[in-house]
Design a protein around this ligand. Structure first.
Ligand SMILES: *[C@@H]1O[C@H](CO)[C@@H](O)[C@H](O)[C@H]1NC(C)=O
Ligand SMILES: *[C@@H]1O[C@H](CO)[C@@H](O)[C@H](O)[C@H]1NC(C)=O
Length: 357
């Protein structure tokens, strides 16, 4: 595995060096690029919203307020709550999409404003392993790679694949900081786990690495859409320095910019623009000043935030104990055996919740 991976990365690196001089590449002709799917985007934003649920019982049984609409037949396999770093994620199966869905929660700081202002100062301070010249921010990287999230996510994928077979799609999503983690997860699945059917869709994610990183990323996980909403501040951060292309943060493609058209404060409709394959299309979100927090917290009319920013807390029903386990550092996992493929989830299950499980 290790050697295979090294050879793979070497091949990618050779390709990049032989065809570029440090710029972000135009990797493929536009005809080959994965097609943006609006229906999928408005579905995934609901998954990215649900992961903010702090009642783990409702999240695990998929009975939360946000666990409805386009996502209602979803089957949760694993909920992960990393107490040490206050991170939350879940893994499950969306049969209608024939996909494993992995969703990461955004930050749970005391205030979103503080978190956003800190983004200005994030350094490119970590070399992405085995990718020469690729730099990322260690905090974003570690939130996925150096916490309980990664092993628990990988284990849940393995469990699902035993039941659904190796060809099931994998879709990774998240909002804000959760989008940053989703992109590291998607890349990890391709590079280290040899997964082939990986799609990533994020909402309002910050930049996570430099131009070299963006080049590797877009080559390895081409089926990635990074949705940005009008004047959302976060996709503008950490800053892009036009005059220092070698040193600056740089987004990977493909951005889809949703611009609002409103009339006396009512949003009438949003126009989606699929942006170019550089990652930094000057005619998309970069054409406006990113100065809005409210645009950050709402995508396609769906709220993406915790009910309260105050504390890192969860609620859990006693009955959940048989599904839960804690590790030595207090991190919490809710797991269930993957149900057989052809069992149809009955609606009574969602209504009466855990008592009928
Ligand atoms: C878009 O995604 C939806 C699922 O959300 C799927 O049913 C539909 O077939 C997709 N459309 C295309 C053109 O791939
Ligand atoms: C990973 O986490 C441990 C402890 O939380 C820390 O000591 C170590 O420096 C971290 N490694 C990276 C690469 O951030």
């Amino acid at each position: 595995m290790g050697q295979k991976r090294l050879l793979f990365l070497l091949a990618v690196f050779t390709f990049l060096v032989s065809s570029s001089y440090g710029r972000v590449l135009k990797l493929k002709s536009d005809d080959d690029r994965p097609v943006y799917n609006h229906t999928l985007a408005v579905t995934l934003v609901e998954y990215a919203s649900a992961v903010y649920e702090s009642d783990l019982t409702k999240l695990f049984t998929w009975t939360c307020e946000r666990c409805n609409g386009l996502t209602k037949d979803f089957e949760v396999i694993e909920v992960i709550f990393d107490v040490e770093h206050c991170l939350q994620a879940y893994v499950g199966v969306a049969k209608d999409l024939n996909a494993i869905i992995i969703a990461f929660r955004g930050t749970q700081e005391h205030s979103i404003q503080n978190w956003v202002s800190d983004l200005f100062w994030k350094q490119l301070d970590l070399n992405y392993p085995d990718m020469p010249d690729a730099m990322v921010h260690h905090g974003f990287y570690s939130a996925y790679h150096n916490t309980t999230l990664r092993p628990a996510v990988l284990d849940a994928i393995t469990r699902v694949k035993k039941v659904y077979g190796a060809n099931i799609n994998i879709i990774v999503t998240g909002h804000s900081m959760g989008g940053a983690m989703a992109s590291f997860c998607g890349l990890d699945l391709v590079v280290n786990e040899g997964e082939e059917n990986v799609q990533v869709m994020t909402f309002g994610q910050p930049r996570v690495g430099n131009a070299a990183f963006a080049s590797y990323y877009s080559l390895l996980v081409p089926n990635t859409f990074r949705i940005t909403h009008d004047r959302d501040m976060v996709p503008h951060l950490p800053p892009y320095y036009y005059h220092f292309p070698q040193k600056t943060y740089h987004h990977f493609p493909t951005e889809v910019w949703v611009k609002d058209f409103s009339f006396s404060n009512f949003v009438l409709f949003g126009l989606e623009k699929v942006c170019d394959n550089t990652g930094e299309d000057p005619t998309c979100s970069r054409s406006v000043r990113g100065n809005s927090i409210s645009d950050h917290l709402r995508y396609f009319g769906v709220e993406l935030k915790c009910e309260s920013w105050r504390q890192c807390s969860i609620v859990m029903n006693q009955d959940m104990e048989r599904y839960s386990r804690k590790d030595s550092r207090g991190n919490l996992f809710l797991s269930r055996t993957v149900p057989p493929k052809d069992v149809v989830k009955t609606s009574s299950l969602s209504k009466t919740g855990i008592s009928s499980l």
